[in-house]
Design a protein around this ligand. Structure first.
Ligand code: ADP
Ligand code: MG
Length: 560
């Protein structure tokens, strides 16, 4: 119990850091149970792993806050949010290294299943967090450790019990998460691929601050594209409904096109109350596509877009250590289709021009036999009509795209206007006169098989250095262009899933089968099954993003 812990601390005070190992164990407090699972070996090592368990009868949270998966995830995120705020308040730098740190990996702007806090069926709470045990040099600072373990942590436990919670904010988390899930689940039935509610705040405070911008113009759908939907908590909401097909977002520079697309990219996730994008939802299989020159490509069939390369390079199973803008964008699309993406999100700002367009004058100057690239312009209708894959494209600069659009939205001073009819009239009046290019029909890719020797031969798990970077043995995986990862906690979970995926592939499964296996495992056992020891710094990821990490592994080899 608490006395034992206190006595232990007194005993090891002033000793070398290694004596902290004696703290490992389970301690009963009146506020709950403290688990010290792993003690760091020195003050500079990754902080120690701890858990607090608060039984349901102490936590006292009414069951209607967690009686379905959406509400439960909303509640868990609210509690993790509250715990992270409080932990930050208690956290201070003491002595050497990470001493004094108390860290809970709560939500950023997104509500995601995460391992920081888990609720059991009886409303019991398990909080998983990190503590930097304090030392002066390498001498244990027992008094300071006592303050953290026997004062702050019981306070933290108490603060997570129902009477101490902000009931309005808690309700908002739970209800918004339920509404957003409900909305996303119903998109198909409503004949939509995305929805942006009126009143949404889309722009962010800055390029490095994902909080909502102040004084932003609230979103409002034009009548002709407006849809009304009844939500379980919010009731009736009106907003922009984006239908399957090809949707253009046009408009002058700086009028909010990319901001709208970015909100749609992240509409695969739910957002915390006050974010501004709570009711911006996109198909869960929507994938952001961009050019990414320099990336590794392994055995991808990019032939629908790129064929007859100089030197007779094979594009049916294309491998390169350093892709160009257009080949990388083609590979990003084919890899998304390999995993059944149903919406492609493309911004001209991050696209390769020669991948997107080829106008009449270029058709005249360079004949099709001399041009390996079939631009997206010539494939986008086929993708939708034959394969049901929709595209939402930000295009401010090339009117040839008007020919292929089902819907044209023009952003005007941050507000969307329906310009579909106007666009039709313009096409009639000013035809693009592009030549119809003779290209073979688009073929959807098959899932690839990889060689067992593709993977680093190290026993240590890959490590997430940041949101953008995974280290696996000597391999560095660069995820900076994988734009739908929002948190290093997702990258960390992806890192832990990579060896499991590799294991599946070594057993002879293809990429899709391997990903399905991981997805099922995580669904049934929870994210925590990815790590040996329970750790509170993992967050939900899609199979798409796990595949994105594998696809960028430079040692990957395809089976022919
Ligand atoms: P575009 O892609 O059309 O050039 P952006 O989406 O990049 O435009 O937006 C340009 C600027 O306007 C950005 O700084 C963005 O934060 C800001 N912005 C976007 N939407 C809004 C809005 N609704 N209200 C206020 N500012 C906005
Ligand atoms: Mg832009």
């Amino acid at each position: 119990d608490a006395k034992t812990l206190s006595a232990k601390l007194k005993r090891i005070g002033g000793q070398g850091y290694g004596a902290y190992k004696e703290l490992k164990g389970v301690y009963q407090f009146s506020e709950g149970t403290l688990f010290i699972d792993k003690v760091q070996s020195d003050p500079f090592a990754p902080p120690s792993l701890l858990r607090l368990k608060i039984p349901g009868d102490l936590a006292q949270i009414p069951s209607h806050f967690y009686n379905n998966p959406s509400r439960k995830v909303g509640l868990e995120n609210y509690l993790a949010y509250k715990a992270s705020q409080l932990a930050q308040k208690f956290s201070r730098k003491i002595g050497t290294g990470k001493g004094g740190l108390i860290k809970v990996h709560g939500p950023g702007q997104e509500i995601l299943p995460r391992t920081a806090l888990e609720l059991d069926d009886n409303g019991g709470i398990e909080l998983r967090f990190f503590v930097g045990l304090p030392a002066a040099g390498r001498r244990i600072l027992a008094k300071e450790a006592q303050k953290i373990l026997l004062d702050y942590l019981p306070k933290l436990a108490k603060a997570l019990c129902y009477p101490e919670l902000d009931h309005t904010f808690l309700k908002a988390f739970v209800e918004i998460n339920e509404d957003a899930d409900f909305l996303r689940d119903r998109l198909k039935a409503l004949g939509l691929i995305a929805f942006v509610a009126d009143g949404s705040i889309l722009p962010r405070a800055s390029g490095i601050d994902p909080k909502p911008a102040k004084n932003a113009v609230p979103f409002k759908a034009p009548d002709s594209l407006a849809v009304e939907i009844d939500l379980p908590n919010r009731g009736r909401v009106r907003g922009l409904g984006i239908r399957p097909g090809v949707t253009l977002i046009a408009g002058g520079g700086f009028h909010g096109k990319s901001t709208l697309l970015r909100a749609l990219e992240l509409g695969i996730y739910n957002h915390i109350p006050g974010d501004g994008r709570e009711l911006v939802v996109t198909s869960p299989l929507a994938v952001k596509i961009r050019a990414e020159d320099g990336r590794k490509i392994t055995g991808v069939d990019i032939s629908p877009f790129i064929n007859n390369l100089p030197l007779g390079l094979d594009t049916k199973s294309f491998t390169t250590d350093c892709a160009s803008g257009s080949t990388s964008q083609a590979a990003n699309i084919m890899e998304a289709l390999e995993l059944f993406a149903d919406v492609l999100l493309i911004d001209e700002d991050t696209s390769a021009t020669n991948f997107m367009i080829r106008d009449l004058r270029m058709q005249m100057l360079v004949s099709k036999e001399k041009e390996p690239i079939t631009p997206f312009l010539d494939r986008v209708r086929e993708l939708y009509e034959i394969f049901g894959v929709s595209s939402i494209l930000v295009i401010g600069g090339c009117g040839d795209y008007l020919d292929v659009a089902d819907t044209v939205i023009v952003m005007d001073n941050y507000l969307p206007k329906d310009a579909t009819i106007e666009a039709r009239n313009i096409i009639q009046k000013y035809p693009s006169n592009r030549l119809k290019e003779d290209v073979p029909p688009f073929k959807k890719p098959n899932s690839r098989y990889f060689l067992p020797e593709s993977f680093p031969k190290v026993s240590k798990s890959p490590k997430a250095k940041s949101r953008d970077t995974v280290l696996w043995g000597k391999e560095v995986i660069d995820l900076s262009a994988v734009e739908q990862i929002v948190s290093v906690d997702q990258t960390r979970a992806i890192s832990l899933a990579l060896p499991l995926l590799a294991e599946q592939i070594k057993q002879g499964k293809n990429l899709l089968e391997g990903l399905n296996f991981i997805e099922m495992t995580v669904k049934t056992k929870g994210l925590k099954c990815l790590s040996g020891m329970p750790r509170g710094d993992l967050a939900f990821f899609r199979p798409m993003e796990l595949a994105a990490a594998l696809n960028r592994l430079r040692s990957l080899r395809v089976k022919d």
